[in-house]
Design a protein around this ligand. Structure first.
Ligand code: CO
Length: 162
């Protein structure tokens, strides 16, 4: 396992479309292990392979309820709507408000190549959409309603807690 370098906006690779994973071999498992370590070290909740410079349709996500590995994910159902702040490990220090579905159901392969169904609401749904966008060369900034600062996000969360 190793920490990989996260590419940032401005690097052309982030704008490219990732290709499907076809081999579920040790090289893929190494990539997924490294992506997990890289995401945890960077304190992120999701990471797409393209963000470490690998143009394959692979994602790791952990929104606090366990690691999910999504290979060749396809969204099959969405419902509702939510607006919330997003950041991205490839756009360090920036945040923006993005509109996403509130519920997302998808199918994806696991590291052994088996198709599974996954679903999520709120943060997890948003994370699914954000990471799958990366596989098509899209970053949250492309869909941003408005840019916000870290201070504004904290103030907003505090308001909700009070
Ligand atoms: Co991102």
């Amino acid at each position: 396992m190793a920490i990989r370098k996260i590419v940032t906006l401005g690097d052309d690779v982030l704008r490219k479309k990732s290709r499907p994973v076809v081999k579920f071999d040790e090289k893929l498992w190494q990539l997924l292990d490294d992506m997990k370590d890289t995401m945890i070290k960077a304190d992120g909740v999701g990471l797409a392979a393209v963000q470490v410079g690998v143009l394959r349709r692979a994602i790791v996500i952990d929104v606090g309820d366990g690691l999910i590995e999504l290979i060749n994910p396809e969204i099959i159902e969405t419902s509702g709507e939510q607006e919330g702040s997003e950041g991205c490990l490839s756009l360090p220090g920036r945040y923006g408000i993005v509109k996403r579905p509130n519920y997302v159901k998808l199918r994806a392969q696991n590291r052994k190549g088996q198709w599974r169904l996954y679903e999520g609401t709120e943060l997890k749904a948003r994370c699914f959409c954000h990471e799958i966008d990366h596989l098509d060369g899209i970053v949250y900034k492309d869909k941003e309603i408005k840019e916000v600062t870290a201070e504004e996000i904290l103030a907003d969360r505090k308001g909700k807690d009070d």
